[in-house]
Ligand binder design. Structure first.
Ligand code: COA
Length: 386
C-alpha cells in the first residue's frame, strides 16, 4: 500500500472578510492550493470539504456540489464532511483514507467557514448546535460555558490557575504576531488577559478563540504521484480519530477528553512513534484550557502539569515541545470548518522550513490535533518529511 502525502496547500487570511462570500473563500483557497501544487482540476479525482454550519451561518447547504462546480471539478465526486469544529480535520482524514483505500490518487481537501455575517449572539447559538441539543444547548449552555466547566474542574483537581491559562494566550499571541494569516497579530500580557471581560467564569474574552471567516485547502496524493509533483512531500505517518459523548454529564471525567486520548493513541500506534519523536504540535486551543487538556491527553505533559509547564516555557517556540507555533486558534483565528485544514497547511510549511519568523528550527515531525465541540470528536495526525 502506498503512503499518502500533502503535495501543497494554501489558506486565506483568517479574520473578518466582509468582501468575500463563503463560496469565494472556499474557491480562493482551493484554486491556490491546486496552483501551488502545480496541478489543475483535471488532476484531482475528488473533493472533500469540511464545513460546520453553512446552512445556519450563510443559508447555504449542499456545499460540496456548489464548490466542486466553482472549482471545475464536477462531475467528479465531491463530499461535504461535518464534525463541528473538527469538520476540516475529518475532511482531510476522509481524503487520506480514500487514497489509502485505493479509490483515488489525488484529492483536494478544503475547509471553510464564514461566521461574521451574523450578530455574535446568533453565532453563539449556531455554535451551540454542536453541544447536546436536548441536555445542554436547550438549557442555554454556550461553548465558553462548557469549557469554563472543564477549566473549573481542572483547577479543582490540579490547582491550575487563571495565570497559567493566561500564559497559553500570551504564548499563542507571541507566535501569531509572526503569522501573516493570523486574525489577531498583537502581543498580550498576563495582566491584560486577567483584566479582560469575563465571558463565563473563569473564561475571559482573551481566553477565547475568536469568531472568524476563512478557508484553507490541501492537495494530497499517493506517494508515487506526490514525489512527481514536489521535492518536499509531507507524509501522513499516523492518523487517529476518537469519539465521546457530546454531553459533559455523560463523561467519566472532565479533566481528560477521552476522544483526544483515543485519537492520539491510534495515531501513535499507527506511526509506531511516541511523544518523544514529535518536534512540534498544533493543538485545538479554542479556549486556553483546551490547550492544557490537549497536551496532557496527547501524552506530551503529565496529567495536571500543563499549567506549570506552560508558565515555565516548555511549550514556547523554543521550548522542549513547541505548541501552536502558528498562533493557534487563539491568535490565528477559528473559522471552525477551516481550522483542521489550516493546521495541516501550517505543519506542511513548518516541516518544509517555510514558516518564516515562527519557524521551529529543524522540525521534521509534527502532530496535529483538531477537536469537535467540547470533545465529542477528535482527529489527530502525525506528519513527517521521511
Ligand atoms: N481574542 C482577542 N480579542 C478579541 C476576541 C478574542 N477571542 N474576540 C473579540 N476580540 C476583540 C475584538 O477585536 C474587539 O476589539 P476592538 O474593540 O478593538 O475592535 C473586541 O474584542 C470586542 O469584540 P466583539 O466582536 O464585540 O466581541 P464579542 O463580545 O462579540 O465576542 C467572544 C467575543 C469571546 C464572545 C467571541 O469571540 C466568542 O464567542 N468566541 C468563542 C468562539 C467559539 O466558541 N468557537 C467554538 C469553540 S468550540
Amino acid at each position: 500500500m502506498e503512503r499518502v502525502a500533502v503535495v501543497d496547500g494554501a489558506m486565506t487570511s483568517f479574520g473578518e472578510h466582509w468582501n468575500l462570500s463563503l463560496r469565494e473563500l472556499a474557491v480562493e483557497a482551493g484554486r491556490k492550493a491546486m496552483k501551488n501544487a502545480g496541478i489543475g482540476p483535471k488532476d484531482v479525482d475528488a473533493l472533500f470539504i469540511g464545513n460546520m454550519a453553512g446552512g445556519y451561518f450563510n443559508g447555504q447547504e449542499h456545499l460540496a456540489s456548489l464548490i466542486s462546480r466553482e472549482l471545475h471539478l464536477a462531475p467528479k465526486p465531491s463530499t461535504r464532511v461535518e464534525a463541528a469544529c473538527a469538520s476540516g480535520g475529518l475532511a482531510a482524514r476522509m481524503g487520506h483514507l480514500s487514497i489509502l483505500a485505493g479509490a483515488y490518487d489525488t484529492v483536494l481537501c478544503v475547509g471553510v467557514e464564514k461566521m461574521t455575517d451574523l450578530p455574535p449572539e446568533n453565532v453563539t447559538s449556531g455554535l451551540a448546535m454542536a453541544a447536546d441539543g436536548d441536555w445542554e444547548a436547550y438549557f442555554g449552555v454556550t461553548f465558553p460555558a462548557l469549557y469554563a466547566m472543564l477549566a473549573r474542574r481542572h483547577m479543582h483537581e490540579f490547582g491550575t490557575t487563571e495565570e497559567q491559562m493566561a500564559a497559553v494566550a500570551v504564548k499563542n499571541h507571541d507566535n501569531g504576531v509572526l503569522n501573516p494569516n493570523a486574525q489577531f497579530r498583537f502581543p498580550l500580557s498576563i495582566e491584560k488577559v486577567l483584566k479582560s471581560a469575563l465571558v463565563s467564569d473563569p473564561i475571559r474574552l482573551l481566553n477565547c478563540s475568536p469568531i472568524s471567516d476563512g478557508a484553507a485547502a490541501v492537495v494530497i496524493s499517493k506517494e508515487s504521484i506526490a514525489k512527481k509533483l514536489t521535492d518536499t512531500p509531507v507524509y501522513f505517518q499516523g492518523s487517529g480519530q476518537g469519539s465521546d459523548s457530546i454531553a459533559l454529564h455523560n463523561r467519566v471525567t472532565l479533566t481528560t477528553l477521552e476522544a483526544t486520548v483515543a485519537a492520539g493513541k491510534m495515531a501513535f500506534k499507527n506511526a509506531k512513534l511516541t511523544p518523544k519523536d514529535i518536534d512540534l504540535v498544533e493543538v485545538h486551543d479554542c479556549f486556553t484550557i483546551a490547550e492544557l487538556l490537549a497536551i496532557e491527553d496527547l501524552g506530551f505533559i503529565e496529567k495536571g502539569k500543563a499549567g506549570p509547564a506552560t508558565e515555565e516555557g516548555v511549550t514556547a517556540r523554543d521550548g522542549r515541545i513547541p505548541v501552536n507555533a502558528s498562533g493557534g486558534l487563539k491568535s490565528k483565528g477559528h473559522p471552525v470548518g477551516a481550522t483542521g485544514i489550516a493546521q495541516i497547511y501550517e505543519v506542511m510549511l513548518q516541516l518544509r522550513g517555510e514558516a518564516g519568523g515562527r519557524q521551529v528550527d529543524g522540525a521534521t515531525r509534527a502532530m496535529i490535533h483538531n477537536v469537535g465541540g467540547s470533545g465529542g470528536t477528535a482527529i489527530v495526525n502525525i506528519m513527517g518529511r521521511d
